[in-house]
Write a protein that binds this ligand. Structure first.
Ligand SMILES: Cc1cc2nc3c(=O)[nH]c(=O)nc-3n(C[C@H](O)[C@H](O)[C@H](O)COP(=O)(O)OP(=O)(O)OC[C@H]3O[C@@H](n4cnc5c(N)ncnc54)[C@H](O)[C@@H]3O)c2cc1C
Length: 261
């Protein structure tokens, strides 16, 4: 088992596994930030911006983690900013009002009048005071998937097998799912006295994880494409879709369940 890119390609080569990959021409800027006020800080925030996505993920009462996925050029600029200007840019990303597409706004008013406006009281993201330590870093973003996960005596798990855009916060979850299933299958094999490298249970791992991972990966890739355009019909489609998910509780629960497993 191995899980990082340089070493991965050697292992994949030895296994005879192909790797499909594409670059989003984006980078994910991460940073730990201090909030302006101490709060419960139990809510994760995400905002889709015209040129990317920014998320604020709680770490403690006064610290949160930022993941800002955007064009490589913008990330390089953000990395080069003095700390104060960087924090201004982050606050701006969460608070700035962008001009709205009038066609979409009018259509959404109609949709809301049909569905009813079920939105609860609008909460606001916390303000950000400062950067915590020297915590700014950035990573290139891409999609990647190997043709198989298993060969005799060897399996791929986590990002070694599948890489997704961080906009849905699912990359690590997919890897945890791989580990959980693999350890269960290996424990079962050990209990039955079967050699651990036996292809039979490694292929079971591969089959079950492919069934789980591929639809999620395609969904995340689809979302990334969906939010990479300002073409009015697509903006309308995604706005109506979000509104439907928000107002139909079973649909909302379905998405929450999928994100948690
Ligand atoms: C900007 C960004 C934001 C993200 N945000 C989220 C999020 O909010 N939620 C989420 O679920 N996922 C997120 N992800 C995805 C998540 O980080 C990855 O899916 C996860 O880290 C993959 O774990 P891994 O162990 O498979 O690989 P890695 O985390 O890449 O770990 C591999 C390890 O192997 C080490 N290594 C490499 N080569 C060798 C070698 N030759 N010998 C020994 N060690 C070696 C590396 O140093 C590294 O520590 C994000 C990813 C990015 C880039």
């Amino acid at each position: 088992m191995i899980g990082a890119d340089g070493a991965n390609s050697i292992v994949r080569k030895q296994m005879g596994v192909d790797n499909f990959s594409l670059s989003y021409n984006q980078m994910g800027l991460i940073a730990t930030v201090e909030l302006s006020e101490v709060t419960d800080n139990q809510v994760a925030w995400q905002r889709f911006l015209p040129n990317g996505v920014i998320a604020l993920l709680p770490l403690s009462e006064n610290l949160s983690s930022i993941v800002w996925s955007t064009n490589t050029e913008i990330v390089k600029h953000l990395l080069s900013l003095p700390e104060e200007s960087f924090i201004d840019a982050v606050n701006d990303a969460f608070w700035k009002q962008y001009p709205k597409n009038q066609i979409v706004s009018n259509a959404m008013k109609t949709v809301e009048s049909v569905l009813g406006n079920f939105s609860s009281v609008r909460q606001l993201p916390p303000g950000i005071k400062s950067l915590y330590g020297k915590s700014r870093a950035a990573f290139p973003l891409g999609f990647g998937h190997t043709s198989t996960y298993a060969a005799k005596g060897c399996v791929l798990i986590g990002d070694a097998a599948h890489r997704v855009h961080p906009l849905a916060g699912q990359g690590l979850n997919l890897g945890f799912g791989d580990v959980k299933l693999l350890t269960e299958l290996l424990a079962d094999a050990a209990y039955k006295g079967t050699p651990l490298g036996n292809l039979q249970h490694l292929c079971t791992y591969e089959r079950e994880r492919l069934q789980h991972n591929v639809p999620i990966m395609l969904g995340i890739h689809g979302l990334q494409r969906l939010y990479s355009t300002d073409f009015s019909p697509i903006v309308l489609l995604r706005s109506v879709g979000l509104q439907l998910v928000n107002t139909i509780p079973p649909l909302k629960q379905l998405f929450i369940n999928k994100a948690m497993h």
